[in-house]
Design a protein around this ligand. Structure first.
Ligand code: NAG
Ligand code: NAG
Ligand code: NAG
Length: 380
C-alpha cells in the first residue's frame, strides 16, 4: 500500500491546481440542491433494501426498454414486481431518495431509439407510455440512456423528443396537481463525438430548456477494446489527448450547457490489462491482452480483493488524477476513494450540479460513496 501522501495533502494539491487551470466561480451563489446519484443495475443481487440512502439523493433503476414495434413499454409481471418493490422499498428508507427508471443502456439497440425519435407519432407513443410506467410504479422521474445518437439527424430528433417530453410532463403535472416527473438523460463524456467519423453534437439548447440535468458518462476512456496499451479509464486530465473528464465537462460548458444541468459520472469499477513487460507499469505502458474480470472489468470490491490477495502496488497518479495498481503482469486502472474525492473537488470548482455512480453494489463498504458524499458537503 502506497499511502505516502495523505488525502488532505492531495486535496490541497488539487485545489492549487484548480486555481491555476480552472476558471472558478463562486459556489456559494444560490443553486438547486446537489445531485448525488447512482444507477442500480442489478436489483436482484443488490436489492434496494441494501442501499445506504444517506449517501444518495437519486437512485436509478437500470434498465427498461420499449418494444420494437409500438415503442411502448410492455412490462412483464416479474418486472412489475421488481419495479414496485424498488420504489416501495426505497421510499420507506430514511431518508427516502428520489427514484427514476432509466431507459436503454449501453447494451441496448440504438436504432430503435433512432426510429422512435424520427416521427411525431412514435415519439408520442413512447413518451405517453414512459409516463404511465413512471406513475404506475411510483417513480419520481425518467432517464433516457440512448447510447448513442449516431447522426446529426438523430441529435435533431433528440432535441424534439426532449421538448415534447417536457411539454407532456408539464401538462400531466398540471392536470393531476402532482409534482412534475423528473426528466434526465445519460450522455457522452464530451458534448460532441469528436473521435468518430460521423461528427455530431448533443442539442445543448434543448437540454437546457427541457431536462432537469444530464448524467455525463465520464468513464470508459480506455479499456479492453484496445489491448495494446494500459490507460486510465476515467482520467480527469490527459496531457496527450482530449479524452478526459476535464476536457469533456469543459466541452459541455463551452457549448453553453447550464452548469446546474451537468452531473459528473464516476465509475465504481476498474479496467484491467496484462502488461507486455512487468517492469513497465506506468499509465500508457505496452500491454498484450485484457487482465482479470469479464472483458477486463472488475468492480471496485474486486479490485480491492485483487490488490490485497496479490500484494499489488497501488499508485495515486496526480497527473491524470486516477488510481492504478499492478502485481506481476496484471495492471488495473480505476478510482478509489482518494481519486474519486479529488474529482468531486474538481466538479464543485466547476460549479456543476453533482455526481453519479455506475453502479450501486460495486462499491466496497460504501467507501467511495461515503467519501464523495462528505467531500461535496465540505466544499459547500
Ligand atoms: C422486495 O423484495 C425483497 C426480496 O428481494 C423482499 O425481501 C421484500 O419483502 C420485498 N419488499 C416489498 C415491499 O415487496
Ligand atoms: C490504442 O491506443 C493507442 C494509445 O492511445 C493508440 O495509439 C492506438 O491507435 C489504439 N489502437 C486502437 C486499435 O484503437
Ligand atoms: C483538443 O481539442 C482542442 C479543441 O477543443 C484542439 O484545439 C486540440 O488540438 C485538441 N487536442 C488534442 C491533443 O487533440
Amino acid at each position: 500500500m502506497a499511502a505516502l501522501v495523505t488525502y488532505f495533502q492531495l486535496f490541497s494539491i488539487l485545489h492549487i491546481v484548480f486555481f491555476l487551470t480552472v476558471p472558478t466561480r463562486s459556489v456559494v451563489m444560490a443553486s438547486p440542491p446537489a445531485v448525488k446519484g447512482a444507477y442500480s443495475s442489478d436489483p436482484t443481487t443488490f436489492p434496494p433494501s441494501a442501499v445506504d440512502t444517506s449517501l444518495f439523493t437519486h437512485i436509478y433503476y437500470a434498465f427498461l426498454m420499449p418494444t420494437y414495434v409500438t415503442y411502448k413499454f410492455d412490462i412483464s409481471s416479474s418486472t412489475a414486481l421488481e419495479l414496485s418493490n424498488f420504489t416501495t422499498t426505497l421510499r420507506q428508507k430514511n431518508p427516502p431518495p428520489a427514484t427514476l427508471f432509466s431507459i436503454g443502456g449501453g447494451g441496448s439497440d440504438s436504432n430503435l431509439f433512432s426510429r422512435m425519435a424520427s416521427k411525431p407519432t412514435s415519439r408520442k407513443a413512447f413518451i405517453t407510455s414512459a409516463m404511465e410506467v413512471a406513475r404506475k410504479f411510483n417513480f419520481d422521474g425518467m432517464d433516457l440512456d440512448w447510447e448513442y445518437p449516431s447522426t446529426p439527424k438523430d441529435m435533431k430528433n433528440l432535441a424534439r423528443l426532449f421538448k415534447e417530453w417536457r411539454r407532456a410532463i408539464d401538462i400531466e403535472a398540471k392536470a393531476t396537481s402532482r409534482a412534475p416527473l423528473l426528466l434526465t438523460a445519460a450522455v457522452y463524456f464530451s458534448v460532441d463525438f469528436f473521435l468518430d467519423a460521423v461528427y455530431r453534437k448533443f442539442p445543448v439548447r434543448s437540454i437546457n430548456q427541457n431536462l432537469d440535468w444530464v448524467n455525463v458518462m465520464c468513464y470508459d476512456y480506455h479499456g479492453g477494446w484496445n489491448t495494446s496499451f494500459t490507460g486510465a479509464p476515467a482520467a480527469l486530465y490527459d496531457s496527450k489527448s482530449n479524452v478526459s473528464t476535464s476536457y469533456g465537462l469543459g466541452s459541455w460548458i463551452e457549448a453553453g450547457a447550464d452548469r446546474t444541468k451537468l452531473v459528473m459520472g464516476l465509475p465504481l469499477y476498474g479496467r484491467t490489462w496484462q502488461l507486455k513487460d512487468p517492469n513497465f507499469h506506468e499509465i500508457g505502458s505496452a500491454a498484450v491482452a485484457v487482465g482479470p474480470g469479464d472483458a477486463g472489468v472488475l468492480t471496485f470490491v474486486e479490485v480491492e480483493e485483487f490488490n490485497k490477495k496479490n500484494g499489488a502496488v497501488i499508485i495515486h497518479d496526480m497527473d491524470s488524477v486516477s488510481t492504478y495498481s499492478y502485481a506481476g503482469t496484471t495492471w488495473v486502472g480505476y478510482d478509489d476513494d482518494i481519486t474519486a474525492t479529488l474529482k468531486i473537488g474538481f466538479a464543485q470548482a466547476l460549479g456543476i450540479r453533482g455526481y453519479f455512480f455506475w453502479a450501486l453494489g460495486s462499491d466496497s463498504q460504501w467507501k467511495i460513496s461515503r467519501q464523495a458524499s462528505r467531500a461535496w458537503i465540505l466544499g459547500e
